[in-house]
Ligand binder design. Structure first.
Ligand code: PMP
Length: 425
């Protein structure tokens, strides 16, 4: 197959007509497929069926002598803190265990900066004239939406193979209006990039002008490897402290993609001083989170070794799905020189960069053929991809058979939109 950019206009026209016929066939199949959100499939949900009947005897309601059904232990069950501390490589007393969603804890941390100020704020952020936030992109749309909703100006930081462009970050944090940064250090959403040790050190040793700069370290995919023997990142709390920044970072994690999204448990981890400060604020907000669910998770997951075992089962289900997407792209798209993509070793996404100016059009065509994808642009601040190129593929939810269909639709749509673009040039 000749790469599209090298084809003559006659060859392109012939190819376009051939693809249009394929596209009409696909449309006639009335497909209804979804590769939009990074949701575990049903077979993954079924892996943890046992969690629902794990609490049977009266002693199951006691954890370290604490009655889990009653009020109290606002910061979470010690056993649940131990579990997260082991996974994250931090200390138990640095962990606060919350409810079913780490995103809620993230929102709440930003909200507390806004309404009350953080530990080192001279005033609440709402009293500042200008607020800015660093957003490595492509990134997670829900992160961007949180800081956008509080009126931060979102500053796009390009992603490199090693994580956010640190030259730009180091420069940007000289501005005291820059109050924080989103990060997903392992298997970043959507690129699947693992930040290099050098990048992580560079982040931990930042010297921001804002004394209350908040590093949001979203370790959502900390043990979500697709293969054995993947890297473990250094503990960011220790690292920040070693560079004199103990209070700069809040780390987040959850069991959403270990046990059940929507019914898992979440945590943040931070310095002792931050914990004391947050406890005071949270005390006005909540008596205790759902400790029954925390206990269910402690009994079911036991320890990191058991969690890794469970993650292997998730990986066995996910691997063929990722492979299915990558195989189709390698076969159908690679020879045409119209897109590039990464081969992630974990996480939930394949990030594809289509020919600039074609992502939106590709997804409109996908929709016409019954395949829903994450909106083009969603991976950038304000939902606007300046290149109109990035497409986030979420292979986890459909079955492999559905996925095969969905990816073949995507490939046809990528080709059609690339030819349309080339023909206009
Ligand atoms: N952070 C990232 C980077 C994610 O990709 C997701 C889920 N897609 C979340 C957080 C959501 O986590 P939770 O369910 O704990 O709110």
């Amino acid at each position: 197959m000749i790469p599209y950019p090298q084809m003559s206009s006659e060859e392109r026209e012939a190819e376009y007509q051939h693809l249009l016929a394929q596209f009409e066939d696909l449309k006639a199949q009335n497909l209804k497929l979804n590769m939009a959100r990074g949701k575990p499939g049903e077979d993954q949900l079924n892996l943890t069926r046992g969690i629902f009947d794990i609490m049977r005897s009266p002693e199951d309601y006691l954890s370290d002598g604490i009655e889990v059904r009653n009020y109290g232990e606002m910061t979470g069950l010690p056993a649940a803190k131990r579990l997260f501390a082991e996974v994250l490589g931090c200390r138990e007393d640095q962990v606060f265990v919350g409810g079913n969603a780490s995103l809620q804890l993230m929102y709440d941390t930003v909200a507390k900066g806004y309404t009350h100020g953080l530990l080192h704020s001279s005033r609440p952020w709402c009293k500042e004239e200008k607020l800015k936030w660093l957003c490595p992109a492509p990134g997670y749309d829900r992160h961007f939406k949180i800081t956008e909703s509080f009126g931060f100006e979102l500053i796009t930081v390009p992603m490199t193979d090693n994580g956010p462009d640190m030259d730009m970050v180091e420069n940007a944090v000289k501005d005291p209006a820059v109050k924080g940064m989103w990060t997903v250090p392992k298997y970043s959403n959507p690129d699947g990039i693992v930040y290099s040790e050098e990048t992580i050190r560079c982040i931990a040793s930042l010297k921001p002008a804002a004394p209350d700069f908040l590093l949001m370290w979203d370790n959502a995919y900390c043990i979500h490897d697709l293969e054995d023997g993947c890297e473990t990142l250094p503990d960011i709390l220790t690292l920040c402290a070693s560079y004199g920044n103990p209070d700069m970072v809040f780390e987040f994690a959850s069991t959403s993609k270990i046990t059940l999204p929507g019914a898992g448990i979440s945590c943040f981890a931070c310095s002792e001083d931050n914990m004391t400060y947050m406890k005071k604020l949270l005390d006005a907000q909540v008596i205790s989170y759902d400790k029954v669910n925390q206990q269910r998770h402690v009994l079911y997951l036991k320890d990191k070794a058991h969690m890794i075992e469970l993650m292997r089962k998730h990986a066995e289900i996910l691997r063929p799905k990722f492979q299915c997407v990558l195989d189709a792209l390698n076969q159908e798209i690679a020879p045409l020189n119209i897109a590039s993509w990464r081969h992630p070793k974990g996480g939930y996404f394949v990030s594809l960069n289509a020919m600039p100016g074609t992502a939106k059009r590709t997804l409109v065509l996908c929709k016409e053929a019954g395949v829903t994808m994450t909106n083009a642009g969603a991976t950038f601040p304000y939902g606007k991809d300046p290149q109109d190129s990035n497409i986030r593929i979420a292979p986890s939810f459909p079955s492999v058979n559905e996925l095969k269909k969905a990816v073949s639709v995507l490939c046809v749509c990528l080709k059609l939109s690339a030819l349309e673009k080339l023909n206009k040039q």
